[in-house]
Design a protein. Sequence first.
Length: 273
Amino acid sequence: MTGGEVIAGNVVLIGAGKMGGALLQGWIGLGVDPARIVAIEPEPAASIAALSARGVRINPDPASICSDAIVIAVKPQIAAEIMPDVASLVSPSAVVISIMAGRTIGFLAGALPHNAAVVRAMPNTPAAIGRGITVAVANSRVSSAQRQLADALLRATGAVEWIDDEAMMDAVTAVSGSGPAYVFLLTESLARAGEKAGLPAELAARLARATVAGSGELLHRSSIDAAVLRQNVTSPGGTTAAALDVLMGEDGLQQLMIRAIAAATKRSKDLAT
């Protein structure tokens, strides 16, 4: 079955920035008929505007819009401003999928028509290259067919995991939502450490970037647990073991990561509405 067959009906995208644009490109790449897609974006990038020539309806008259799924991909700061317009587009059979960070199902349901089917999702930035991971949670109004549609729409940019407890979304945000920044910081830190050890800055940066990217790809392709992959690189008494003695020490990387994830989780809870 092709992606176009899985993603049935009319899809409305609210916000076609980086994440929304990645979803839009992913849907078209899966074979969804562009004529069934509406994109609402006040300032579309040239790449988004160009899709109108392929049939995507960009900023049409709201009265002409029919929706089976509405995907909200705007900054959470403007949620209160745009939700009345979103609510006016929701048909009784539509599922509303939000990727706005921190905006709870309660907030969304309260701003939408009574008994609206709502999915809250948290993607991450590797979605831009089709290698993201999204975690989603649905309210009780979402039917199995609507969940399947939501899953197909979100899967256009990578893997999807479903959870039943919305309270887990704060930790999800801390681990996978914010996680790419931790990996980029690791790359920065590895490069700077290499420079401190005597490597030219540009060489250290290239080595760090290639090492992190290659290790990530190895992890992606392998079914072996990360701990085992680490052990496979580590010879007793060798150079890797010497470094890991520092990184895995009492105040090492694991303890720092636990504190970092706890801080991000708390901040997510503070921001949630």
